[in-house]
Design a binder for this molecule. Structure first.
Ligand code: ACO
Length: 309
């Protein structure tokens, strides 16, 4: 079939598939799934750090955090818009999120216990997000790839503000240094889980690599993140909670310990420390915003009827 051959040619040549192009149903549904999960992650991801906006220790830290959390909202909106170009309905995607029928990243189901968590989320969680998302700037679907370029620029600012905050705390009192180390201990393993299950158990990787939706496997990106993070930890003066983390000369990479995959699947399936709270909060925000949606729809209807008259 000509249309299918043309699609395969575009993907193989590393060109972009655009919304009006023919695409296999599976390609469309895989993209909607991944982009929607990604969008939901950005929106739910506002909560753990939003928790600290009113308690930031200075005006400067508050302004930075506020900007960062607003950026996450923006990322969610670009991504929902990208999903809409594939025919998805944004209201339906939100409905699926708040009814637990669509996933979001496991990482946002962990609590932020101290202000050091804000720094560690910037450094490790946003660092992992960048590692995963920079290759997505070359994903085969045009609107997703283009959204990722801007998202990655902003994520890079998020990562730096986190590292700078931690550097400041590490130059402070012993109590501040202890808070940083404690936050690193709690976030390190969940950050490694962000990259998804091991390749052998990843149901979507093979097909998504073939379609060039994904450009690297989960394990490749996880290894890249570990290799990148160890020298940063040394510079910062913290350690990772993994006695098996050691440089392997032969592989040219760091070896690391076994991830607790039972914990990962528990959190993905809804039984993490904060899953219920995160979804309930999102549902409440959605319900509280109903009047805005109704007012916007009434205004649009009025404008339309004026245009017709
Ligand atoms: N949290 C929750 N669910 C996950 C996670 C995770 N960390 N990792 C994998 N899963 C889910 C997958 O969505 C998939 O579920 P589904 O098939 O029921 O939809 C299942 O576990 C199996 O995993 P994979 O087959 O490996 O899934 P996939 O090929 O989609 O790879 C990955 C997962 C790497 C997260 C990919 O979807 C991706 O790159 N997404 C874009 C980036 C993204 O969403 N980042 C969100 C966090 S970053 C941030 O918001 C700051």
């Amino acid at each position: 079939m000509d249309l299918e051959r043309e699609f395969d040619r575009v993907v193989a040549a590393d060109h972009r598939v655009e919304p009006r192009d023919w695409m296999p149903d599976g390609y469309r549904s895989t993209l909607i799934r991944q982009i929607a999960q990604h969008a939901h992650s950005e929106i739910i991801g506002m909560q753990p750090e939003g928790n600290w906006i009113s308690r930031a220790p200075s005006l400067r830290r508050k302004a930075i955090l506020l900007a960062k959390v607003q950026d996450e909202a923006g990322h969610g909106l670009y991504l929902y818009a990208a999903a809409e170009t594939l025919g998805a309905d944004r209201a339906e995607l939100t409905e699926k999120l708040i009814s637990g029928r669509q996933k979001y990243s496991s990482i946002f189901n962990y609590p932020t216990l101290t202000f050091a968590d804000v720094g560690v989320i910037g450094w490790l969680v946003d660092g992992a997000a960048i590692c995963n998302q920079v290759p997505l700037c070359r994903t085969s679907y045009g609107p997703y790839a283009r959204a990722m370029i801007r998202v990655c620029k902003e994520e890079s600012f998020h990562q730096r503000q986190g590292y700078e905050l931690l550097m400041t705390m590490m130059g402070g009192t012993k109590q501040q240094r202890d808070l940083v180390q404690d936050a690193v201990n709690r976030w390190w393993w969940p950050s490694l889980m962000m990259f998804g299950p091991p390749d052998a158990e990843s149901s979507n990787t093979e097909q998504s690599m073939h379609w060039r939706i994904k450009r690297h496997t989960n394990d490749e990106l996880r290894q890249r993140f570990v290799d990148m993070s160890v020298p940063q930890a040394v510079k910062l003066g913290v350690t990772f909670p993994d006695p098996k983390l050691v440089w392997n000369d032969e592989r040219g990479h760091y070896d690391f310990g076994e991830i607790d995959w039972a914990e990962f699947w528990r959190v993905v399936k809804g039984d993490g420390p904060c899953n219920a709270q995160r979804v309930a909060h999102r549902r409440q925000a959605h319900e509280d915003g109903a009047w805005v949606r109704e007012a916007a729809a009434a205004y649009a209807a009025k404008k339309n009827s004026e245009a017709v008259a």
